[in-house]
Design a protein around this ligand. Structure first.
Ligand code: NAP
Length: 309
């Protein structure tokens, strides 16, 4: 469900000889081709054409987070869903680091002053010496942690799996029933979570109130994991020093969204994974998974549909 370049198409065909590839150029074609398709590559037109599928077994998404597909209101039956986990780790982690540095060093305040041709003196902390908790310990969360550690931040992580452990890189990682204990010592809270039934508004008023005064929040996962009303109240009361958000509950946000106008808030338009032009970074993964599918081998990055990621 995307127009492949000639080279990518040739790689797909070589990976699965005998598999007939059809390219859906629009929704009508997608609806026709999906009827007899065993597999679909790519998100475009997928949900709208899915009700017409009769024998579909596998769908390869070009997203990391698959909440839109799982919550799309269409019955997926026993479809196997795979995602692009890992493909954008560096880019998203770099963006999170840029947001954190920008927030702590007041780049947003400098930019605001520049636009208004003001020259204020700013009192700014450093990242070095701060303590961070990274919520979500997938490729993105771990990528954020490594970068922060290199800048002198003390970093811990949190994941869904139970049990507190030191991971192979030496980070302390909390399990889902224990990570809240780390909050009172957390100057910087990073969210790198998928949006699932469990994570929706996981970070809300109570949790934000447990952070020390002057803490900051950075979200590069999904907007719905953070209660924006609670965040705004915490910013306005002065309890939180700032927030940097690449993802919002509603995208694009309404022009009057108060977070957009709050000077303590730095917002980027879901740009951590930014626009690509071909060749797409997921192409090698699609080719490899198609090869595996054709041979009946286990696919890479299968989504746990019950868990939602
Ligand atoms: N802003 C962007 O442009 C952008 C780009 C790419 C991805 N994203 C978002 O970032 C998310 C994370 O990406 P990823 O590749 O790192 O995902 P991932 O590999 O699927 O990792 C997800 C992590 O979240 C943890 N988690 C899930 N539910 C949890 C819960 N209830 N409590 C605590 N931890 C929980 C998981 O725990 P376990 O390790 O125990 O399973 C895992 O460590 C994606 O799902 C996507 O929505 C955003």
């Amino acid at each position: 469900m995307y127009p492949p370049s000639a080279g990518h198409r040739a790689a797909l065909e070589a990976a699965a000889p005998g598999v007939a590839l059809r390219v859906a150029g629009d929704a009508a074609e997608a609806g026709r081709w999906i009827e007899d398709a065993d597999l679909v590559l790519g998100n475009r037109y997928f949900l709208q054409s899915l009700p017409r599928a009769r024998r579909l077994r596998w769908m390869q998404s070009n997203s990391v987070g698959v909440d839109r597909i799982l919550d799309g209101g269409v019955d997926l039956g026993d479809l196997v869903l795979t995602c692009t986990r890992g493909v954008y780790d560096d880019e998203v982690a770099e963006h999170a680091l840029a947001l954190a540095l920008g927030l702590v060093r007041g780049l947003h305040l400098g930019r605001d002053a520049q636009r208004e041709r003001r020259w204020p003196r700013l009192s700014l902390p450093t990242l070095a010496g701060r303590r961070a908790l990274v919520l979500g310990w997938g490729g993105v969360g771990r990528g954020i942690a490594r970068r922060l550690a290199a800048l002198g931040v003390t970093v811990e992580g949190a994941r869904r799996r139970e049990g507190t452990e030191r991971d192979e890189e030496g980070f302390r990682v909390w399990g889902r029933s224990t990570w809240r204990r780390a909050l009172p010592q957390t100057d910087l809270l990073f969210l790198a979570l998928p949006l699932t039934a469990e994570t929706r508004h996981l970070v809300g008023r109570k949790l934000l109130a447990t952070l020390p005064p002057g803490a900051r929040v950075v979200n590069v996962g999904r907007g719905g994991t953070l209660d924006e009303g609670a965040l705004l109240a915490a910013l306005r009361s002065g309890r939180l020093a700032g927030a940097a958000l690449d993802v919002l509950e509603q995208e694009p946000p309404a022009p009057e969204d108060p977070l957009l106008g709050d000077p303590r808030c730095l917002v980027t338009p879901h740009a951590a994974r930014s626009l690509e032009s071909p060749p797409f970074r997921w192409e090698p993964l699609f080719v490899e998974n198609l090869r595996r599918f054709a041979r009946g081998e286990p696919l890479l990055h299968v989504v746990d549909r019950k868990a939602g990621y």
